[in-house]
Design a protein around this ligand. Structure first.
Ligand code: KIV
Length: 271
């Protein structure tokens, strides 16, 4: 599908027009090329790559160089999609200067069009500085996987009134600091609705209910590649895990039965 990447102002217009925003994670050029054939609005090179690509239990070990490497691959795969680069743990929390340098590298070396940071009130100076440097920042609040140890696990956030209030204030502070959009992850639906209605900028939800301005899923979850992972907020649109196992087993069977390759699958001398 050939079209221009969705811009930051266009995303705002989508919220204003009540048009839902679509985002999926993507980590390599092949998936990027495939997703570039759809009319998806945003591809997020999430630090979830630490779990689904690298096999870690958390996103914490991902380095900036690794995140840039994957972002560059995704950028090569699709030139017509807005790519959001995710800054890994400890590449922006130390200071606003660190945030500008890391986020700048995402644009300069990774080819991203915008950058996502986790956190609320505590990162508004970083958001402001990036914004001043011309780097569009997407916020990410609620269940923030980089704070897994503080949260005590991947747990829904904002179930209690005080915590919900903190998440609400985080959203307001991020908008005030110049974020162009906010991911709301793992929060009750009514909090997602309240934040979405109170903000001017768009929200994109993952496990945040039906009232956010858009939705995001990890592509591997949507495709059912990890058959043991099926949280409530994930809808599987395919069972590719089963397909991969069946295809690979069929290949092994064919090689052992000496029916692969067959006569049509070999090279022959000409003449
Ligand atoms: O890293 C990631 O994939 C994310 C999404 C789940 C929003 O942050």
């Amino acid at each position: 599908m050939s079209r221009n990447p969705v811009t930051v102002p266009a995303l705002q217009q989508m919220k204003d027009a009540g048009e839902p925003i679509t985002m999926l994670t993507c980590y390599d050029a092949t998936f990027s090329r495939l997703l570039g054939e759809t009319d998806i609005d945003l591809l997020l090179v999430g630090d979830s790559l630490g779990m689904v690509i690298q096999g870690h239990d958390t996103t914490l070990p991902v380095t900036l160089d690794e995140a840039i490497y994957h972002t560059r691959a995704v950028a090569r795969g699709s030139r017509n999609t807005h790519i959001v680069g995710d800054l890994p743990f400890l590449t922006y929390q130390a200071s606003p200067e660190q945030a500008v340098i890391s986020a700048g590298r995402m644009l300069k070396e990774g080819g991203a069009s915008s950058v996502k940071l986790e956190g609320g009130v505590e990162i508004v100076d970083a958001v402001r500085r990036c914004n001043q440097a011309g780097i569009p920042i997407m916020g990410h609040i609620g269940l923030t996987p980089q704070s897994i140890h503080k949260m005590g696990g991947f747990k829904v956030q904002g179930l209690e009134a005080e915590q919900a209030e903190k998440i609400f204030e985080d959203a307001m502070a991020l908008e005030e600091a110049g974020a162009f959009c906010i991911v709301l992850e793992g929060i009750p639906e009514d909090l997602g609705k309240r934040i979405t209605e109170a903000l001017s900028i768009p929200t994109i939800g993952i496990g945040a209910g039906r009232h956010t301005n858009g939705q995001v899923l990890v592509i591997y979850d949507l495709l059912g590649l990890d058959m043991s992972f099926k949280p409530r907020f994930v809808r599987r649109y395919a069972e590719m895990g089963k397909l991969v196992i069946t295809a690979a087993q069929d290949y092994c069977n064919d090689v052992r039965a000496q029916v692969f390759p067959n006569g049509d699958e070999v090279f022959r001398k000409t003449g």
